[in-house]
Design a protein around this ligand. Structure first.
Ligand code: HGY
Ligand code: MN
Ligand code: MN
Length: 418
C-alpha cells in the first residue's frame, strides 16, 4: 500500500473530530437554547478544564499549570532551543454563553495538534496550546485576567485576591477546583501567538467573507459605579425630596446611550449590570451598583468618553443629592497586532481558497495581552447575525473548519521559520 506522506500543503484538519469535541465541551454547563454557562472557576469550569486537559494528554502534550490556573500543552519541536509558537484562547464563558466563544480557539488548536500528529509532522519551533483563566471577566474582573498575569500586567497576589460578583476570593476558588498550579509564571515564553476566535460581530456574516485577519483590537474601559441615596416611601415622599439611587442608575444608562449616539463611529457604551437595594416595589432605592463598559478604537476618544461620563456623574450627584463613587474594573488601550503575522494569515487564507478581509476586533481577547510580549494576531470566522454572549451564538460548520485550517497552516508556517 502506498504510504506516501501527503505534502504539507495538502494537510487539512478533521472537521468531524473538531465538531465532536466542540459538542462534548458544550455539554458541560449546557443551558437552554444550546449555549453554555461555565463562569470562571466554578465547578463547570473545572469540568471543562479536566476534559480539555485529558484531550491534551491523549495527544501527547506535556501539560503545565501556572499559579493563576493558565494551562499550557507543549508539543516538542525539532529544535529544542527554539521558543514555542503558541495558540490558544479560553474555555470559561459568560452566563449566557454560546458554544464557540473561546472554545473554538482552544479546540481548533487541539485539532491542529491532532492533525500534525496524524501526519507525523514535526515543526522546528515547539508548539504550545494554551487556555487562559477567566478571559471573560464576568465573574472576576478584569477580563483577560489570566493572560494579563501571564504577561506581567497584573501582579499574581492582586489577581488571587480579586473578589467575584458573588463574593468569592479568586485564589480560594482556584485552589478549590484544583488548578492552582506551580509552573513558573510567564512560561512558556512564546516566540509568537495566534488565536482563532469567532468574530462575535456582524461584519464577516454580512459581507459573506469566511476569514478575518485581525489587525487591531479596540480599547476597553470597565467601571463599577456605586450610588448612595436614601430609601424612602414610594407613596408618601414628594418627588422634590427624593434621593433616588434607582432613578440615577437609569439616568446613567440613558446618558451613556446618548453619548455613544453623539460620538458616533466606533464609540460603544453598555450598562450590563444594575443591582438595587432594597430592590422592592414600594421603596425608593437607597443604593444602586451598576457597571459601565465603554470601548473605542481610538484612545483619545475613549478618554473623552470617560471624561464626559465623570462630568455627568458629578452633575447628577449634585442635582439628586446622592453620593456617587466609581471603581475601575478594567482599562486596556487599543492594540495593534503584528503586521507580519496578519499578512501570513491573509496569505494562508488565500492559498487555501478562502475569502478574507482585514478587520478590527470589537471584543477583548487573550491575544491583546500576548501582544505585549510577542508578535501576535488573530483569525476570525463569522458569527451568524453577529450574535454572541447569547445561547443562539452560531458559526457554520464549514466556517469552523476553514478557521481551523487557516490556524493549522499559519502555525506550520510560523513554526518552520528560523
Ligand atoms: O469583554 C470582552 O470583550 C470579552 O468577551 N472578554
Ligand atoms: Mn472570547
Ligand atoms: Mn466572550
Amino acid at each position: 500500500m502506498n504510504h506516501e506522506r501527503k505534502p504539507t500543503s495538502a494537510l487539512r484538519i478533521d472537521g468531524k473530530r473538531l465538531a465532536a469535541r466542540l459538542k462534548e465541551l458544550a455539554a458541560i454547563g449546557a443551558i437552554d437554547g444550546g449555549g453554555c454557562c461555565r463562569l470562571a472557576l466554578t465547578d463547570d469550569d473545572r469540568r471543562g478544564r479536566d476534559l480539555v486537559v485529558g484531550w491534551m494528554k491523549q495527544l501527547g502534550l506535556e501539560v503545565s499549570i501556572d499559579p493563576i490556573g493558565n494551562v499550557f500543552g507543549l508539543r516538542a519541536g525539532s529544535d529544542p532551543n527554539a521558543a514555542p509558537v503558541m495558540t490558544g484562547s479560553h474555555i470559561d464563558t459568560v452566563r449566557t454563553g454560546g458554544k464557540y466563544d473561546g472554545n473554538l480557539g482552544v479546540l481548533g488548536g487541539l485539532e491542529m495538534i491532532a492533525t500534525l500528529n496524524d501526519a507525523g509532522l514535526a515543526t522546528r519551533h515547539p508548539l504550545v496550546l494554551a487556555f487562559f483563566t477567566d478571559e471573560e471577566g464576568a465573574r472576576f474582573a478584569p477580563d483577560m485576567l489570566g493572560s494579563l498575569v501571564h504577561v506581567g500586567g497584573l501582579p499574581l497576589a492582586d489577581a488571587l485576591a480579586t473578589v467575584s460578583i458573588d463574593g468569592k476570593v479568586l485564589g480560594e476558588e482556584l485552589a478549590r477546583i484544583g488548578y492552582a498550579g506551580a509552573a513558573p509564571l510567564g512560561e512558556p515564553a512564546a516566540h509568537a501567538y495566534v488565536e482563532l476566535h469567532i468574530e462575535q460581530g456582524p461584519v464577516l456574516d454580512i459581507e459573506g467573507v469566511t476569514i478575518g485577519a485581525v489587525a487591531d483590537l479596540q480599547g476597553i474601559s470597565w467601571q463599577e459605579i456605586e450610588i448612595v441615596g436614601q430609601s424612602n416611601h414610594a407613596g408618601t415622599t414628594p418627588m422634590r425630596l427624593r434621593h433616588d439611587a434607582g432613578y440615577c442608575a437609569g439616568a446613567i444608562a440613558h446618558f451613556l446611550r446618548e453619548l455613544a449616539r453623539e460620538m458616533k463611529d466606533n464609540q460603544v457604551c453598555t450598562v450590563g449590570k444594575i443591582d438595587l437595594f432594597p430592590n422592592l416595589i414600594n421603596v425608593i432605592a437607597a443604593r444602586a451598583t451598576l457597571t459601565a463598559d465603554l470601548r473605542n478604537t481610538d484612545e483619545t476618544l475613549l478618554l473623552e468618553a470617560e471624561a464626559r461620563l465623570a462630568a455627568f456623574l458629578l452633575q447628577l450627584g449634585a442635582e439628586e443629592g446622592v453620593t456617587i463613587r466609581t471603581r475601575s474594573l478594567a482599562r486596556f488601550e487599543p492594540v495593534t497586532f503584528d503586521a507580519g503575522i496578519v499578512a501570513t494569515i491573509e496569505g494562508v487564507a488565500t492559498r487555501l481558497g478562502y475569502s478574507q478581509r482585514r478587520m478590527t476586533s470589537g471584543a477583548g481577547h487573550d491575544a491583546q495581552m500576548l501582544a505585549r510580549v510577542c508578535p501576535s494576531a488573530m483569525i476570525f470566522v463569522p458569527s451568524v447575525k453577529g450574535i454572541s454572549h447569547n445561547p443562539a451564538e452560531h458559526t457554520a460548520h464549514a466556517d469552523l473548519e476553514a478557521g481551523a485550517n487557516v490556524l493549522l497552516h499559519t502555525m506550520i508556517e510560523l513554526a518552520s521559520r528560523e
